[in-house]
Structures are given as structure tokens and as C-alpha cells.
Design a protein around this ligand. Structure first.
Ligand code: HEM
Length: 509
């Protein structure tokens, strides 16, 4: 028989391609997909996404509605932008959307998806979650670390006092406060100090954390158009690899030091969170064995989660208040009345300060740290609001839009803490109009720590200082633009003057 010619091969390939395209088309025709803009070949709708993706997506949702479908390169993306849609994705169909897409950030910066944030739904993630909630963030453990948070709060307030009446970058002080706190709770000490022997300086470490947050939030082209991945067009993958080396050097050092101490002291009790993780890693009865890289990945989650988010939130709160001095006045009146002027606010006082709590909630409504939460992925074909959502669709819940939805809020663009007074709306993931920590199975496991740090630092900043803008800067000049990443800080860090308002002896505690 004669050998098939190149013509035969070419025809076979072409026919297969046409059949694949036709079957895809027919499948899509049959599906009732959510409305959305028409995608371009290759890029999909990426041309519509600017440097602040949550705002671009917000604008699109105003046109296409509370559930819309976009295409990022080769991948379908569905966005929920209303209270009902948040409930549908995060409550009714929570299990279907309880996984995360595989992104370059998860691969390169979190030990090949070994941390909690980027790990896929399954036994590994379920066990990790249990460890976080039951072992690391139990009420008892958090309470046992209260003295650390108090000491660090006093050091923070003293630092502000020493810089009073000179312009300071508030976020630097706030992230030092949370970094020192989480370092001592998670790692047992402040590993980043100014001494020559320190494994990393605080400035360098904060730069690493900023880079981690940025790279975990960026729209990396290779994640949307996989065949362009190898070109690393934006240079992000190169940066991720460099960053993961720096973190690994640091985390190896931390684990080595902990293991040495555990060897020296027989039957030592777990003092800090890394001790707890290492102890669990020795446990042969664990459902899924915890390897060294998992301990490193979880530790990185602890430090990253525990540092940036609270600092970003409190910086937004003070910025909003500088625009509305009457809110400052009301808050300090409340604190003076409940606490007096002879002591600082403690964690146990927070429930007695409803107005300060309302300021924290109002800040998180307008400035959620993760405006579209972390991305989820659909684990099986499903239907939401009558629309088909095929397996592997990426899903975002745009809490930034929900926080500004006139159907959920009166005068949504006005910063008004009073809207929470006498209302039971909370931030624990049950009130779908306010989800700064997400909701459902993937909700932030560090919620209880995060909220304590936000409330107590905000209360003490209001209690201890009068805040002013430098150089006769007017409140109208305050820049309220954002930068997008895994967190959404102010584009221009807040520069501000702090004037002490309590008796001097309190600042030297
Ligand atoms: C201070 C304020 C904080 C805010 C506003 C915040 C917000 C969030 C949000 C929105 C998510 C995504 C939820 C979702 O996908 O639905 C998240 C996840 C997460 N947060 Fe937080 N967080 C904070 C503090 C913390 C702290 C203190 C830690 C740990 C020390 C932490 C660790 C994590 C981790 C590990 C995840 C991933 C959970 C998973 O995928 O299962 N966060 N956080």
C-alpha cells in the first residue's frame, strides 16, 4: 500500500481542528453563560482591565449586572458583584467554589501551592485549615499572646510620641507594630532587627512583604495565556523566583533555630506557632504528613497575613478621618468617656467602644484589603442564578462593588460610621454586604487576630494623639488613590503629624 502523503496528514489535522472548534462552539451555544463583553481572540477581555482591576471590573459590572462573564486570555472568569451573588458563591455553592486557580504566584512564591492561601481544595488544605483554626488561632492561644500585643502596642505608641510633631509615614509604624507582634507570636522573637548579625533587616523584610503582596495580586499574563508563560513578558516570574529565594533563606534559618532548641530541650512545650507546626510535622498520625516545605509555607502565610492587612486598613481609617474632623471628635469623646485619660485602650475595652468599631467597619466597607477576595475556581459544572458556570471557571466576588452598592447602602460613597450604630451588621462573614475577611470555607482564618490588631491600634491612635496633615496641607489635597495587589494600600502613603494628647508618663510605659 502506498504511504500516506503530507496532503493526507494536513487534511486530517485540519478536520480535527475544525471538529474541535465546532464542538466547543456548539457546547458554548447550548450553555446559558452570564452576560459580559465580547472577548477578543487570544487576549479575551484583558484589554478592558486597567491597573486597578477591581475598579475596571466594577465599571463593567455596572453595565453587565451582578453576575457577569469575562475572559482573561484562555480562561473564563465570572464575577459576582451583589449581596445575592456573594451569598450564592460563598454560602449556597461554597463547596463548589472552595478551590483556588493555579497561578504562577502560588507556584513560585508559596512552595508549589503548599501554603493555605493557594492550595487546592482537598485533604491537604482541609488539614491545614484545621491546624490554623484549632491550633494556631484558638481563643486560648490568642489570649496567651495578649501580653506580646500589649508590649508591642506600647512600643509603637512610644515610637510615635518620640516622632511627635515631625511628619511621619504612618504605615511604616503600623507595619512595624504588626510585624513585631506576629513575629513574636509566630516565630518566638523578632528575627528582623537592626543588628549586624540579623538574618534580615526590618526594612529589607518589609520590602520582601510588599513584593509578596504585589506579586500575589498582579495579573500575570502567563496565568491567562499559558502558551506565553515562558516569555515572562512582565518580568513577574523572574521577580517571584528571586523573592522566594529570599524568603526561603529566612524561613530555613527560623526552622533550623527552632529545631536546634527543640533538640536541646527534651519535651519542650510549644511556645510559638512555628513550634506548634514543627511538633505537628513530627506526628506520624496526621492524616496528611506535614513536610518541611509545608511548615515554611504556613509560616510565610502567618507573617504575610499578619502584617500587611491590618496596617493597610488602619492607614485608610486615619486618612478618611483626616478628611472628616467631626468623626475624630466624636471618637475621642467616646474614648475619653469610656477609658478616661489615665490609661491606654486594651483589647478587653473594644466592645465598649461602638463608635470606634463603627469607624473600623466603615473603613473596611470602602477599603476592603482584598477588594475581590482571593480568586476561587469552580470545581464542577454548576448553575448560579440560572446561568451555567462550567468547571474550571475562575471566580471573583467583588466586595469593593458590594461595599458601594446603593441597593445595600444609603449614600454608599460617603464615609459615615454612624450607619453601623445600633445595627447588627458584622464582619464575621455572615453579613454579605460587608465581607472584608471573605466568607465560607475559604474565609480568612486569621480573622480573630486581624480584627483585634485593627481595633486596638485604631482606638489607641485616636486616644493618644491629635492628627494633623503636614505643611498646611488641606484635607481636600489628601490623595485617596489605591494600588492593586493581593492587598490594596494607598497609592501615596499617608504623611502625618501626631501631637500627644495624654499625660506624658503614659508614653514611656
Ligand atoms: C487584618 C486584617 C485581615 C484581612 C482584612 C484579611 C482578609 C482576608 C481575605 C479577604 C481573605 C480571602 C478570603 C476568601 O478567599 O474568601 C483572606 C484569606 C487568608 N488570610 Fe486573611 N486577612 C487579615 C488578617 C489575616 C491574618 C492576621 C492572617 C494570619 C496571620 C491571615 C491569613 C490568611 C490566610 C492564610 C488566608 C487564606 C485562607 C484560605 O485560602 O483558606 N489573614 N484574608
Amino acid at each position: 500500500m502506498e504511504a500516506p502523503t503530507w496532503f493526507f496528514y494536513a487534511t486530517a489535522c485540519l478536520t480535527t481542528l475544525v471538529l474541535i472548534l465546532l464542538s466547543r462552539r456548539l457546547r458554548c451555544r447550548k450553555l446559558n453563560l452570564p452576560p459580559g463583553p465580547k472577548p477578543w481572540p487570544i487576549i479575551g477581555n484583558l484589554n478592558l482591565i486597567g491597573s486597578l482591576p477591581h475598579q475596571s471590573i466594577h465599571a463593567l459590572s455596572q453595565k453587565y449586572g451582578p453576575i457577569m462573564q469575562l475572559r482573561f486570555g484562555s480562561f473564563p472568569v465570572v464575577v459576582g458583584s451583589s449581596v445575592d451573588m456573594a451569598k450564592a458563591f460563598l454560602k449556597t455553592h461554597d463547596l463548589t467554589f472552595a478551590s483556588r486557580p493555579r497561578t504562577a504566584a502560588g507556584k513560585y512564591t508559596t512552595y508549589n501551592y503548599s501554603d493555605i492561601t493557594w492550595s487546592q481544595y482537598g485533604p491537604y488544605w482541609r488539614q491545614a485549615r484545621k491546624i490554623f483554626l484549632i491550633e494556631l488561632f484558638s481563643a486560648k492561644r490568642l489570649e496567651s499572646y495578649e501580653y506580646i500585643r500589649k508590649e508591642e502596642m506600647n512600643a509603637f505608641l512610644k515610637g510615635l510620641y518620640l516622632s511627635s510633631n515631625t511628619p511621619i509615614t504612618l504605615k511604616d509604624h503600623l507595619s512595624t507594630l504588626s510585624l513585631n507582634g506576629i513575629s513574636r507570636m509566630a516565630l518566638g522573637k523578632k528575627y528582623m532587627d537592626e543588628s549586624e548579625n540579623a538574618i534580615v533587616s526590618p526594612v529589607e523584610f518589609k520590602k520582601m512583604l510588599d513584593e509578596l503582596f504585589l506579586l500575589n495580586g498582579v495579573l500575570n499574563i502567563g496565568d491567562s495565556i499559558p502558551w506565553l508563560d515562558f516569555l515572562d513578558l512582565q518580568g513577574y516570574i523572574k521577580r517571584m523566583k528571586a523573592l522566594s529565594k529570599k524568603f526561603d533563606r529566612f524561613l530555613e534559618h527560623v526552622l533550623d533555630e527552632h529545631n536546634e532548641r527543640r533538640k536541646r530541650v527534651k519535651d519542650s512545650v510549644a511556645k510559638d506557632m512555628v513550634d506548634v507546626l514543627l511538633k505537628l510535622a513530627d506526628d506520624p498520625n496526621l492524616d496528611v504528613k506535614l513536610e518541611r516545605h509545608s511548615v515554611k509555607a504556613f509560616t510565610q502565610d502567618l507573617i504575610a497575613g499578619g502584617t500587611e492587612s491590618s496596617a493597610v486598613t488602619v492607614e485608610w481609617a486615619i486618612s478618611e478621618l483626616l478628611k472628616k474632623p467631626e468623626i475624630f471628635k466624636k471618637a475621642t469623646e467616646e474614648i475619653d468617656r469610656v477609658i478616661g485619660r489615665e490609661r491606654w485602650v486594651e483589647e478587653k475595652d473594644i466592645d465598649n467602644l461602638p463608635y470606634v468599631n463603627a469607624i473600623a467597619k466603615e473603613t473596611m466597607r470602602l477599603h476592603p484589603v482584598s477588594p475581590m477576595l482571593a480568586p476561587r475556581i469552580c470545581r464542577e459544572d454548576t448553575k448560579i442564578a440560572g446561568y451555567d458556570i462550567p468547571k474550571d471557571t475562575r471566580v471573583f466576588v467583588n466586595t469593593w462593588t458590594i461595599g458601594r452598592d446603593p441597593c445595600a447602602w444609603d449614600n454608599p460613597n460617603v464615609f459615615c460610621p454612624e450607619r453601623f450604630i445600633g445595627k447588627s451588621i458584622d464582619i464575621k462573614g455572615q453579613d454579605y454586604e460587608l465581607l472584608p475577611f471573605g466568607s465560607g470555607r475559604r474565609m480568612c482564618p486569621g480573622y480573630s487576630l486581624g480584627i483585634k490588631v485593627i481595633q486596638s491600634s485604631l482606638a489607641n491612635l485616636l486616644h493618644g494623639f491629635t492628627w494633623k496633615l503636614p505643611d498646611n496641607m488641606k484635607k481636600e489635597d489628601l490623595n485617596m488613590e489605591e494600588v492593586f495587589g493581593l492587598s490594596t494600600p494607598k497609592k501615596t502613603p499617608l504623611l502625618v503629624l501626631a501631637e500627644p494628647r495624654l499625660p506624658v508618663h503614659l508614653y514611656s510605659q
